[in-house]
Design a protein around this ligand. Structure first.
Ligand code: ZN
Length: 562
């Protein structure tokens, strides 16, 4: 009897749910990104969930007195986009006044002049910390040497990140503080570039950076200061159509700032956080302690993956290759460098498999990717876990054998389409035409059955996912260069690019049952675009597309005015 009663209550509840009205109903061209990539006319939201996707006539039955009906006049409605690899704090902190930017310098001498002017405003001993230079944009493309700069900054240590953040330019004062001389050996996983006489040039890469930036003065800021930065970041993201981010590596202090935002109901973007890997200590204990699923109960925040650096970047010739770079004037036979021994990747993978964590190493070059797969393979053999979803962050130059191995092992490539179109300008110089055929090998990945998760790596590239989609389907920069498309045979289709920012991004974050497509029962993360990017005429239309609405968890968090 009791059973029957329960059943009756259940049945009547289903009935009342059906007759309930929706909070928000959107009419337009609904690109659902479901298994059939089906197109519908309406999507209805109740609370934070999608309660209906289908035709307009049926949706009308859900309109009540308080329903917000948004008729977009046939505009494209799609799942909210997720950036699978980005750095939100940097985006929100972009305007920080004590970060010294030199991106306006068109050559080395202009950078020296900027530094000289800056030093004049400082007290002796104060650090100049900043970045934004890239020798690739200067005539001659030479890496800077410190002497000229050191002459105008005798009393102030200087540390300027190169574009990308994997390497830096420092002056004599900073070298002195870090104790780096001609007798200092290169640290493991880093390089101190040297003049012919062995003296440091001031250019340091990867773990070489670390030797200097560990001497930065520590700053104490209130919680509110950090929350404001993350709030800035989410607002910028909403305007671009992002409803989720994968924060690619933060320490527990920054995790606590985002958790505080969830506690206060202020986090309005899904935050999939990668824990920055500690290099030492009891990994299993640390991972178990930091692992968080569904913080706050509405899937706004989780910590279930580990970010670590394995190799470097191609721009600074740090990405790990099998054969040397073709254009390194400083280091003979440079094959790039790895920041940690491959055994450490194995140790992290092993601890992650035991604690339900996903491992996401930065692996950019072909050797970098091959070696992390070796470590994954060994760890998985010893601790077989079906659904580990280990990833390769960037997977930028990967040979076909390793792409097939990724598919076999269940490793997800996390790609950044705009890195392809930024790096294409120096790719032939660095690794030649033959190896470049394996650069951003997206079609090879798809053929192997992989589902690449897409992101931007902002603030290294623009945070705009639509720019990423454009780069993915054109392999051209925003000016349409090169006209013939850079290795266009590897580009994605528009459907694949959309999946990369929606359902495949959700899968890479273990969120595909709740997010990534517009289907009844899923959480209501939705964007409305002013252009039908699925059926574009000119790819440039994708670049110029405006976001009209961004909805996160059923709430309209951005609406375009005018
Ligand atoms: Zn990154």
């Amino acid at each position: 009897m009791k059973k029957l009663l329960t059943l009756l209550v259940l049945v009547s509840c289903f009935a009342c749910e059906k007759s309930e009205t929706a909070d928000v109903i959107l009419y337009g061209k609904v690109v659902t990104v479901d298994d059939q990539f089906s197109i519908q006319e309406a999507v209805a939201i109740k609370n934070n969930k999608i309660v209906f996707v289908g035709n307009k006539a049926e949706a009308e039955a859900l309109v009540g007195d308080s329903t917000n009906v948004i008729d977009t006049n046939g505009k494209m409605i799609m799942p909210g986009m997720h950036d699978s690899h980005c750095h939100p704090f940097n985006l929100g902190n972009d305007e920080e006044d004590d970060f010294f930017r030199v991106s306006s310098a068109k050559n080395f001498d202009e950078m020296v002049a900027l530094i000289e002017a800056k030093a004049k405003t400082l007290q002796p001993g104060e650090w100049i910390i900043g970045g934004g230079w890239n020798q690739e944009n200067w005539p001659g493309k030479q890496l800077p040497v410190h002497d000229k700069v050191s002459a105008v900054t005798p009393n102030n240590p200087l540390f300027l990140y190169r574009h990308g953040g994997n390497s830096a330019f420092v002056n004599a004062k900073a070298l002195e503080i870090a104790g780096i001389t001609k007798d200092t050996p290169d640290p493991f996983g880093g390089k101190i570039y040297r003049k012919e006489n062995g003296e440091p040039t001031g250019f340091v890469s990867n773990m070489g950076n670390n030797m200097v930036h560990k001497h930065f003065p520590k700053k104490v800021r209130p919680l509110e200061w950090y929350m404001e930065k993350y709030d800035n970041a989410q607002r910028i993201c909403h305007e671009a159509g992002l409803t989720g981010w994968t924060d690619a590596g933060i320490y527990p202090d920054h995790i606590s700032y985002q958790k505080a935002m969830v506690d206060k109901g202020l986090l309005k973007i899904r935050s999939n956080i990668m824990l920055q890997n500690p290099r030492e200590g009891d990994l299993e204990k640390h991972f178990s302690k930091q692992r968080i699923l569904n913080y706050g109960g509405e899937e706004m925040l989780q910590v279930r993956s580990i970010k670590m650096y394995y190799d470097g970047a191609l721009g600074s010739r740090g990405a790990a290759l099998f054969k040397p770079y073709l254009d390194d004037p400083h280091i003979h036979n440079n094959i790039g460098n790895t920041e940690v021994p491959v055994e450490h990747v194995y140790d992290v993978a092993k601890a992650a498999l035991k604690t339900g964590m996903q491992v996401c190493p930065h692996a950019l070059g072909p050797r970098g990717n091959s070696e992390i797969l070796d470590a994954f393979e060994k760890a998985l053999k010893e601790n077989p876990v079906e659904d580990h979803r280990f990833r390769s962050e960037h997977a930028e130059v990967v040979y076909i054998d390793d792409i097939e191995r990724m598919a076999r092992l269940g490793v997800i490539p996390s790609i950044q389409p705009t890195h392809c179109t930024s790096d294409m300008v120096f790719m032939y110089d660095r690794i030649g035409e033959e190896r470049s055929k394996s650069a951003s090998p997206w079609r090879n990945m798809i053929k192997a059955g992989l589902e690449p998760a897409c992101g931007s790596d902002f603030t290294i590239e623009s945070h705009r996912p639509l720019w990423g989609i454009y780069a993915a389907v054109t392999r051209q920069d925003n000016q349409g260069f090169p006209a013939e498309q850079w290795h266009g045979e590897q580009k994605l289709t528009i459907q694949e690019a959309i999946k990369g920012y929606t359902i495949w991004a959700a899968k890479a974050a273990f969120w595909e049952d709740k997010l990534g497509s517009l289907e009844t029962g899923k959480l209501a993360d939705i964007v409305v675009l002013d252009t039908d990017i699925l059926d574009y005429e000119d790819p440039k239309d994708i670049l110029n597309t405006q976001v009209l609405y961004t909805i996160v968890n059923g709430e309209i968090v951005y609406e375009r005015k005018n």
